[in-house]
Design a protein around this ligand. Structure first.
Ligand code: F3S
Length: 426
């Protein structure tokens, strides 16, 4: 792999031992990935922030690296951690855990990584531009950046993202290259998907269909469009987040919508080696249903909610008070905006709490007595049973709000006769 004079100097310690170690990691990963050289990155998003996931060894690793004195040279942001830094006591989180979580954040901050603590940095920090090279980590953020914005990023691990932050570089391979962004499969959708939860079910199904593609899964999707109203962004987020979860998809092209597919759709489709058809989302929705009783929580914000999504929730509640607790996961940046406008206070008075800095999948739900969750997120519905041992009722945002207001009857009545996964595709 070719390193520039500047990169060789970093490797020799010109920017300190932390940056030298970072360049060593990137060179090794670049060789493994088949990169010929490095590319400058405009921003970095670092995963591996939750103490629940990284534990004492991960914390010690970060503290040691932070002690080497190098700092991020490009804007760098943290993924969600394991606790809401303001509301942890209200939520009943143990002080010892929160202390460890704060130590992780302190070590990353010392490395120059900003404590945005969100999987939607595009809502909380300057939005990247088409063609920008990034080194982002969280799978839904990666899929959104590549597909919806048309920026270029592979899915980085925590250490490789930190290494990119300390050097401003990442190896140029796979999704950083034109060839690595060509679709492998045309997905013809023959059923409607008007809501964000429909988009999530579609993404879940597409991810399953592409999960074992030997060429790596990049779909070119036809026959379906996001809504034109303020729910458009939530729809696109849900589609990508679900296929990243079920199939590790880092990029999708949506005909006439995503930047590359809008500019050169016919040429892109020719590159795909196979074609599959999706004619129903019902099997996918049944596959995401795992609730075993009445819901103890209604959860939104996976990926973290935008201000528009909070406004939509307020509209759907129509001033009615939820009788099942509603938690909406978001970034502190969006929560502050909602507090300033009075929206957060209004939602709180209706039983909907805004939770920041953390994520539904890593929040200790079982310790809080939560056994069944209603959510409109296909990604959360995919992970919660295995990661948290809780059951999920997967619904549209509208139906989930009604379940919160009515006490969950709607969810119970929706239990499928027999669960199956991934039906409706050929
Ligand atoms: Fe974000 Fe956690 Fe969902 S990182 S996408 S809220 S699983």
């Amino acid at each position: 792999m070719n390193l520039s004079q500047d990169e060789l100097a970093i490797l020799s310690g010109s920017r300190g031992s932390g940056a030298a170690r970072a360049m060593e990691i990137l060179s090794a990963l670049g060789r493994i990935g088949g990169a010929e050289d490095m590319v400058d990155v405009c921003s970095v998003q670092v995963s591996g922030v939750s103490y629940r996931n990284i534990g004492p060894h991960g914390l010690a690793f970060l503290q040691e690296w932070a002690g080497q004195g190098s700092k991020a040279v490009v804007p760098a942001y943290m993924n969600p951690g394991g606790a809401d830094r303001r509301l942890w006591q209200t939520l009943g989180l143990p002080a010892e855990f929160v202390d460890k979580q704060e130590r992780v954040i302190k070590a990353l901050s010392k490395l120059g990584i900003k404590p945005t603590l969100t999987c939607t940095p595009y809502h909380a920090a300057p939005r990247p531009k088409f063609g920008d090279h990034l080194a982002w980590s969280e799978s839904s953020a990666v899929c959104y950046a590549n597909s919806v914005i048309g920026a270029r990023t592979n899915r980085e691990g925590g250490p490789s993202a930190i290494a990119a932050a300390l050097t401003g570089r990442t190896p140029r391979h796979t999704l950083h290259t034109d060839a690595g962004r060509l679709p492998t499969t045309v997905v013809e959708v023959g059923c409607p998907a008007p809501t964000a939860s429909d988009a999530g079910a579609l993404g879940y199904l597409v991810g399953q269909l592409l999960a074992h593609d030997p060429r790596g899964g990049i779909p070119f999707i036809r026959g379906v469009e996001p809504p034109e109203d303020s729910s458009r962004e939530a729809w696109l987020k849900a589609l990508g987040a679900a296929m990243a979860a079920s199939g590790s998809v880092g990029l999708f092209h949506l005909e006439g919508v995503t930047p590359e597919a809008a500019a050169s759709g016919p040429e892109l489709q020719k590159a795909a080696g196979r074609k599959v058809k999706v004619d129903s989302l019902e099997g996918a929705k049944r596959g995401l249903f795992s609730a075993k009783g009445r819901p103890s929580l209604v959860a939104f914000g996976c990926p973290h909610a935008s201000l528009d999504e909070l406004k939509r929730l307020d509209e759907l509640l129509k001033g009615r008070k939820a009788v099942v607790p509603v938690w909406v996961f978001t970034s502190e940046a969006v929560r502050k905006k909602a507090e300033k406008s009075g929206l957060a206070g209004r939602l709180s008075s209706l039983g909907a709490a805004l939770i920041a800095d953390t994520c539904i999948v890593v929040a200790p739900l079982a310790d809080m007595g939560i056994t069944n969750v209603v959510t409109d997120s296909a990604k959360a519905a995919f992970y919660l049973p295995s990661h948290q041992g809780v059951g999920v009722c997967f619904e549209s945002q509208e139906a989930a709000v009604e379940a919160a207001v009515a006490g969950g009857q709607l969810c119970a009545s929706k239990a499928p006769q027999a669960a199956s996964s991934g039906g409706g595709a050929s």
